[in-house]
Design a protein around this ligand. Sequence first.
Ligand code: ATP
Length: 894
Amino acid sequence: METWYNKSIEEVSKDQKTNIDQGLTVEEAKKRLDETGPNRLKESKGRSPWQMFIDQFKDALVIILLFSAIISAAVGEISDSLVIAVILILNSTLGVIQEYKAEKSLAALKELASPRALVLRDGKQQKVEASQLVPGDIVLLDAGDYVPADLRLISVTDLKIEESVLTGESVPVEKTDKIIKDEKPPLGDQKNMAFMGTIVTYGRGRGIVTGTGMDTEMGKIAEALKDDKREPTPLQKRLDRMGKKLGLAVIGIAAIIILMGWLRGIDLLEMFMTGISLAVAAVPEGLPAVVTIVLALGVQRMIKRHAIIRRLPAVETLGATTIICTDKTGTLTKNEMTVKSIFLPGRNIKVSGEGYKPEGKFIEGNTEVKTNSDKDLALLLKAASLCNNAELTRNKDNNRDIIGDPTEGSLVVAAEKAGFTKERLNNDYERIKEFPFDSERKRMSTVHRTPDKKVIAFVKGAPDQILKRCIGYQINGKVKDLDDNVREEIVKQNKEYASQALRVLAVAYKPLDGENNLHIDNVEKGLIFLGLMGMIDPPRREVADSVKLCKQAGIRPVMITGDYSLTARAIAEELGIYKNGDKIITGSELEDMNPEELKEAVSLTTVYARVSPHHKSKIVQALKDSNEVVAMTGDGVNDAPALKKADIGVAMGITGTDVAKEAADMVLTDDNFASIVSAVEEGRGIYSNIKKFIHFLLSCNVGEIITLFLAIIVGLPRPLIPIQILWVNLVTDGFPALALGVDPAAPDLMEKPPRDPDEGVFAGKMGVNIISQGLFIGLLTLVIFFLGLHYFSLPVGQTMAFATLSFSQLIQALNARSREYSLFRLGILTNKYLILAIMISGLLQLGVMFIPFLQAAFKVIPLTGTQWLIVLLASLTPLPYVEILKALGITREE
Ligand code: ATP
């Protein structure tokens, strides 16, 4: 492979046929993409449908059934064994279709959350899918990005990259753009290269793509990237354990029954088949498949509501969320900043204009300020626009828009309103150094060469941070000492702006003597204060309603922000998050608390202000220690630990860094708080639907066991044969169970407090419900069997029992829609899928009852009108029975 670290930037750009100021043209990039293929590592393929089909037969129960099919065949019951085989194939095929769909929709999620890269093409910065990168592209890196391809760096600003995936070394490497002359340096020493899959932890940089896809260092070691294994959800794990226990219990019971029957002198084969029937009756075969498909469907619905689930277990945890800790900027607010007020010592200036349109006036008192002759204002605006990485552009609709951070964008717009365009400023004041903004320092500085060749530093950031470092201030073009009076005036003004919900930045400068000592400690001290700039960031419209919904659902919304406490409080109050009497804690107060104090404080606090990302982890920990289920938002690199620690880490899809997204359980595609609440609502709905079909399937199974077991105990002949039970469990029950999985939410879904995450599946009255209703179905079937046997014959009794069991279970599906509300209150037709499913299953059952060769296969005989009437009337009875239980409140969960 060619090496790039030992070539000059000119050589590399020549080799790669690219222009480092303009990038490739869009056409050229397209052409190269056709040649090189997408910038992706080869992934191991998912399971093929055929493999899924085979996997279905690895299930213990299926093996037992296969075994019994073989035994049936061996003793000459060929038709039995054929029917079992057909049912198994039918069931496995249905299983594969469902699993395949679920896998596909879950795989699509990964695509949705795939990283993007900022490139220079046609001379413009643009975001493209990382998979679209080609050699020669000029890529821009920023803190929090995954490096999207192998790059030879051509400029760096304090760029640090963590390369542990490649080198095992977890300390970030400081990068350079200088040529490296060493002979064959190891990867960790190729400091002018950035490698695909490593993480930018600090600073910014630019590089030429030298390799993509498998043609990268990562590609070399990852011949085929193993698909990360999908984690089962807590509920799936629980169901799995339950299934195993049931299986064991069943083997025990079946053994006892076989033994009992044998002692009584009943035919061994007959007893063996009864044992098998019991096993089939006891195990809810359809359950795992239905859980998977319902989770997958739910995840699809969440995408429509702007939430991408990255880890499946999050779906369940979401429903149990008790507290949502959210960032302010961009999540609660629109993150469309507009500078509205400017303070210069002794002066207050209003700025007119809306959004990012660079048109507006500067008004002081009642007169318009002449920005060109006003030295102080001019310098403030220039400094704010120069110490800044945002750019003003036009979007697709030709409206003004910004690229970069909206806070910075608003400053560029304000400067342009005064006629200082960014382009001219950049030309006149060449930038020679940058100390990038980060949320811990809460400030940023740049050093420039002025038109008259002097060197000057501009600093902007949180007012308290800047003011601490100022020794003078500028007024009428002259510098004066910053005495306590002026200091106080500035602090007062800052508070005044903040209480109007404005975000405030302070701007300062420092003349430097030459370019010798450009160390951050030197540049950011002894500053001269220029002024404050207050910007509005309007709250998102839908947030106030979502906050209300949260509170009604017993979920506490909490604001966490880097902003000043008064600004934070003003906005939190407007949105209903903060009310009088709540606590507000600042980052530094938090710092001084011991874990006990913190634990107490977090129970009362609704606003955390002046918080740095590392405080977020502390907050999450304290909340978790207080048994809260915490959802926490974040976007930056430094937010990743808190996102990982939270029960639900939520990353911002638009403004979030790759690292934050990778650490998160859920990614919001619209960065909106309201979407978190929608996701919680979906999470609750999904969990409650899963409980509905568990209720349905298990109550049916209980019914079957009761029928079989009681019949043996009281010495009746066998009411149902294994293939009939198999048919009901694997075929006719499957459709209604799925339809219950998409049942509309109960009317009070968001009026109840969150569920306890540790509660079992059978919490509340679930167990009582399953047993009481299963018992009814079981007795009903047995009674009908007895009637048929007594008044007609054994085959009639068995046929009537089979039909009653099947039809009454279809009616039971309607009961399972709610353990509290009457079906008539919910509306019979509100779940159309369920009605359809019941009709399909009903027709299938009728097919078995009426089509001659199926009659033979399932050992049923034609029934008379009277017999049918008895069966149908009996099958309806679970409905009034459960309605009465509901009315009496016996089924209601506390
Ligand atoms: P959130 O509310 O989502 O936590 P935030 O924007 O309030 O986000 P940070 O981005 O960490 O939090 O900003 C913290 C503080 O740093 C801000 O209140 C502001 O005073 C200052 N600040 C923000 N952006 C910049 C910037 N680009 N340059 C200089 N200072 C900034």
